[in-house]
Each structure stands twice: as C-alpha cells, then as structure tokens.
Design a protein around this ligand. Structure first.
Ligand code: AMP
Ligand code: ZN
Ligand code: FE
Ligand code: FE
Length: 291
C-alpha cells in the first residue's frame, strides 16, 4: 500500500513523524510520504525513526495562489532539501502565515471571539508550519467549537469575514521550483470544491505544460464523478503503460485533526515506480529511503 500524502505535527497533523510511521506500518502501508505544509522540518525525525521494511518518501505540500486568488496545493516529493530557492519559498510562506494569523486574530477579536496569538501558537507543538487548524484548536479549547470541522464549516471557512489568505507563489512557479530542485510534483485534491474555488481543467493542463507530473485523483474530497472526470481528462497523456502524467491517490491523513484514515486512498505501484524514475531522471539520485 502506497500513501504519498500525509501530515504530522510539523504542520497541522496531530501525530509526530515517529507515531505517524508506526501507525502507517500497522495499517499495512509499505510506502509512506510525509508532506507537511510548506516545510521540511519533520524530515529528520522521520529519517531517524523509519521502521524496517518501509519506504519513506520525504516531501512537502506546498501552498500556491493563482493571480485571481484560488488556493492550490502542490505535493512535492523527492526534491533536494538544500535547494535555496525552495527554502526561501518555505520561509516566505511561513512568515506570511504568521502575519495572516495575527490579522485573522484581530478580525476575530473585533467580532468578540477573544483569542490571543500565544494561545494559537501553543497548539503548534513543533517548529513547524502554522495554519488555521491551530487557530481552530485554540478556539476549541476556549469552548467556541467542538471540532476543527465545526470551526472550518463556519467561522474559519474561506468564505468567512474573518478569513485572511497568506501570500504564496503561483502554482506554475511552484511546479517549476520543484522541478529545478530535482523533485516531482502532484497537484493535491484539485477538485475539492468544499475548500473554496478550484482550478478548471484547462488551468491544470497549463500546469502540465510547465512540468506538473501528476494529479491526486483518489482523495476523500473528490466524488466518484470528479474522479472519473479527472481520469478521463488525464487519459490524453497516457497510452497503455506509457504516460507523461501520473494518477495518484492518497489519504491526506492529519492524525485526529481530520477524519481521513491512513491508506483510505492509495497509489498504484506502477504509478509510483514511474514517478521515482522521473525524479531520478531529474536529480540522478534515488531519494526514496528504505531501511
Ligand atoms: P491554512 O493553510 O492555514 O489556510 O489552513 C488550511 C488547512 O486546514 C488545510 O491544509 C487543511 O488540511 C485544513 N483543513 C481544511 N478544512 C478542514 C476541516 N474541515 N477540518 C480539519 N482541517 C481542515
Ligand atoms: Zn493540512
Ligand atoms: Fe491540501
Ligand atoms: Fe494535505
């Protein structure tokens, strides 16, 4: 079982990388991607505690924003963690996430939700990436909500008057940076409309033109019809066993921060083998790790 997109406490997941890998192993996962938002901070713990007989795929889910304000997530795998352009992208996004959190807290305070930045930051247990889920956790502690889901369905949604977005590069820029860093890119949950506006297929096609390697088709936030639409759309880059764009599935597990279960959606081994060869052709390194 191959699950290439999961989160740990180094962003808005609730398990440490060590616990995440142990749970993945118990769930029968043999290849696990750790893809915290806009950071590689969890990589070293993951490397230190990798269980036997598991293949670890180090990555990050990188935030992007289109010029007309659509939020897009790109799962980046097998890139060089020393790449300076990607590292400055991570630090810019982290900084903007802190500024945006201060603004959201101001908006909430003005509306009578009393919450402080210190209370929010206390919910981020590691030197990782701050996000709305930490704000949700702090507000749950104060009794405003019962769950992250409830918070995201109302006060913290993208459509709420308190929402502020953080800055991020365009999806095309992110795809190019990942490629230049020797990595591979998969657009995450591209049709997940519950989260806000999404790209249309022609914009996804443009990303493929600049080097997007794959599309996350099987994801909890896609309906059967959306999965079929994506598979049909991607068939133009696939002919028998040949392909220039991969089809992926993953859990997007967040510990107990979301209902998503490890391995609830997975990737076909042939797609994964193909993707590793693409990464190898770019970096001339075999970066997936096995103990
Ligand atoms: P942010 O990046 O700070 O804007 O927060 C968005 C993150 O919140 C996404 O990466 C999701 O994983 C997470 N998220 C979105 N909706 C929910 C939800 N209903 N419950 C828990 N987490 C959510
Ligand atoms: Zn998340
Ligand atoms: Fe995402
Ligand atoms: Fe994710």
């Amino acid at each position: 079982m191959i699950d290439l997109h999961t989160h740990s406490r180094f962003s808005d997941g609730t398990d440490s990388p060590t616990v995440l890998m142990a749970k993945a192993r118990a769930a029968g996962i043999t290849t696990l991607g750790i893809t915290d938002h806009d950071t590689t901070a969890g990589w070293s713990e993951a490397l230190e505690s990798l269980p036997n007989n598991m293949e670890l795929v180090l990555g990050s889910e990188i935030s992007a924003l289109t010029e007309d304000g659509i939020s897009v997530h790109i799962v980046a795998l097998l890139f060089d963690p020393q790449n300076s352009e990607l590292n400055s992208l991570f630090s810019n996004t982290q900084e903007s996430r802190v500024q945006r959190m201060h603004k959201m807290i101001e908006n909430l305070n003005a509306a009578g939700f009393h919450i402080t930045y210190e209370e929010v930051i206390a919910e981020l247990r590691e030197e990782g990436t701050l996000g709305r889920p930490h704000l949700a956790d702090a507000m749950i502690k104060k009794g405003f909500f019962r769950s992250r889901d409830e918070a995201f369905a109302s006060t913290l949604s993208n459509n709420s008057p308190y929402f502020v977005s953080h800055s991020a590069p365009t999806p095309a820029r992110v795809v190019e940076l990942i490629k230049a860093a020797g990595g591979v890119s998969i657009i995450a949950h591209p049709l997940a409309s519950l989260r806000g506006r999404t790209l249309d297929l022609s914009s996804i096609e443009e990303l493929i033109t600049v080097g997007l390697d794959g599309v996350e088709v099987d994801h909890r936030d896609h309906s059967e019809a959306e999965r079929k639409l994506l598979r049909d759309f991607l068939s133009q880059w696939r002919d028998g066993t040949k392909r220039s764009v991969g089809v992926f599935g993953s859990s997007d597990y967040h510990g107990n921060g979301k209902l998503n279960l490890l391995g609830e959606n997975t990737t076909d081994p042939q797609e994964w083998e193909w993707l590793k060869e693409v990464a190898f052709s770019r970096s001339h390194e075999r970066r997936a790790v096995q103990r």
